[in-house]
Design a protein around this ligand. Structure first.
Ligand code: HSE
Length: 443
């Protein structure tokens, strides 16, 4: 192997994922070298604090606190950006691509916010940007969309894209555990983002949905152009109400394109799914992505969506593609050039007005338990032509209050938004209602 070309890898950010990549790459390096016909060297890494204890050992001479030094080091061929965030990570990514390197990233927030700029930089300087680890952890969903399903158009992609939220929802449902205790556990297990509001408020899922929407539809959708709602208002009682109606609750991303009107919509929200639906049974840190292709039909991908090992697996898969690119392997080149090659836009794909999105709804209200309340609520809904499908009422603390759970027939976001505004004005409604969507995904 001495005569085999030497490929040098730099890792920017030796946090949970960076240390996992280092550890697993050290373990599988010999095998990969044989299969790829190259020598791989874990050349350098950047960290924030040189003295912080780490699970991987590396010579002090390989460590620096300057991520840009690694990104622009002329001896380094592949840069793994595992810093997170969108400031230093953006500088590092653009600097490395500006040097024509291959950059591997797990950073969905960065791609969502700066993807167009990053891909343009890669095109301009002949670099490549690979991002399998950015969506759904260990599930090779990026490869599935752009390679395995390349013959398809995608009318519907939906799924669980945030392991932290799925872990929290599962624990709340199965253990009747309080939200804050479960969130603490998810952080300890290394699932949550440094800023956990990204997870629980739905933004991390929105970033990942933006990446999938771009891959599937060549259209950048900003979170501000999506419905984005998190899980922080869901209570154990909602799981009980949902179960009584035959549903589980999952935080889903839904990317829908109507090819007749060519309208695309992207939304992220807690969703009631029929208990029998396979995605409703996906629990813990697992993610699930259902992809409806117009040629292949529906395919479903389930796997660990967060955590050191799952994410490292995806980064190392990109490393193998990166080596193929550096060796000018035609197959890998075809794989990567969709993003790094000339800008491509889906002709005629435009965003649907959010108010047009249609589904059935679940509405939980805390109301005064007195005569006429149900009639006033029904009237507020009828005024927006929202038709009630079912009502469950139960007593609630303090005495004189009641919990009302209503489901609706199919309505739309505009009508439901107007209904919520009307309900908020009623004196008998004691706190802001909780609105959840019901997912009717016929596969
Ligand atoms: N915080 C993310 C999650 C990590 O829980 O899914 C993986 O992207």
């Amino acid at each position: 192997m001495k005569s085999a070309p030497l490929i040098r890898i730099g890792i920017c950010g030796l946090g949970t994922v960076g240390q996992g990549v280092w550890r697993h790459l050290t373990r599988v390096r010999g095998d990969l070298e044989t299969r790829l016909g190259v020598r791989l060297e874990l050349a350098r890494a950047s960290v924030r604090d040189l003295r912080k204890p780490r699970s991987v050992r590396l010579a002090p001479s390989r460590l620096t606190t300057d991520a840009l030094e690694v990104a622009t080091d002329p001896n380094i061929d592949i840069v793994c950006e595992l810093i997170g965030g969108t400031t230093v990570a953006r500088d590092v990514t653009l600097a490395a691509l500006g040097c024509g390197k291959v950059v591997i990233s797990a950073n969905k927030a960065l791609i969502c916010g700066h993807g167009a700029e990053i891909f343009a930089m890669a095109r301009k300087h002949g670099g490549h940007f690979l991002f399998e680890a950015s969506v759904a952890g260990g599930i090779p969903i990026i490869k599935a969309l752009r390679e395995g399903l390349v013959a398809n158009r995608f009318p519907l992609i939906y799924g669980i894209l945030n392991g932290t939220c799925n872990y929290i929802l599962t624990q709340m449902e199965e253990q009747d555990a309080p939200y804050t205790a479960v969130l603490g556990e998810a952080k300890r297990l290394g699932y949550a983002e440094a800023d956990e509001s990204l997870d629980v408020e739905g933004w991390d899922t929105a970033h990942k949905a933006a990446v999938l929407a771009y891959l599937a539809h060549r259209t950048w959708v900003k979170p501000s152009q999506m419905i984005v709602e998190g899980i922080d208002r869901i209570t154990p009682a909602d799981f009980k109400h949902a179960a009584a109606l035959g549903y589980g609750i999952k935080l889903l991303a839904v990317i829908a394109r109507d090819f007749a009107t060519d309208e695309l919509s992207v939304r992220v929200h807690p969703t009631l799914l029929p208990e029998s639906h396979v995605v409703a049974k996906v629990s813990g840190v697992f993610n699930a992505v259902s992809v409806r292709g117009d040629v292949a039909g529906t395919t479903l991908y389930i796997g660990r969506g967060a955590g050191q090992d799952a994410t490292s697996s995806a980064v190392i898969s990109d490393l193998v593609d990166a080596v193929s690119l550096l060796k000018n392997d035609r197959r890998a080149f075809i794989t990567a050039r969709k993003e790094s090659g000339p800008e491509q836009r889906a002709p005629g794909c435009r965003l649907a007005p959010l108010g047009h999105i249609r589904c059935r709804y679940y509405l939980r209200l805390k109301v005064s338990d007195e005569p006429g309340v149900l009639a006033r609520i029904a009237a507020a809904m009828a005024a927006q032509k929202v038709s009630i499908a079912s009502v469950i009422q139960s007593a609630q603390e303090p005495a004189g209050s009641a919990s009302l759970v209503l489901t609706t027939h199919v309505s739309d976001e505009r009508a439901m938004g107007a209904t919520l505004a009307r309900l908020a004005r009623l004196g008998c409604v004691q706190e802001p209602p909780l609105l959840l969507r019901i997912g009717d995904f016929a596969d």
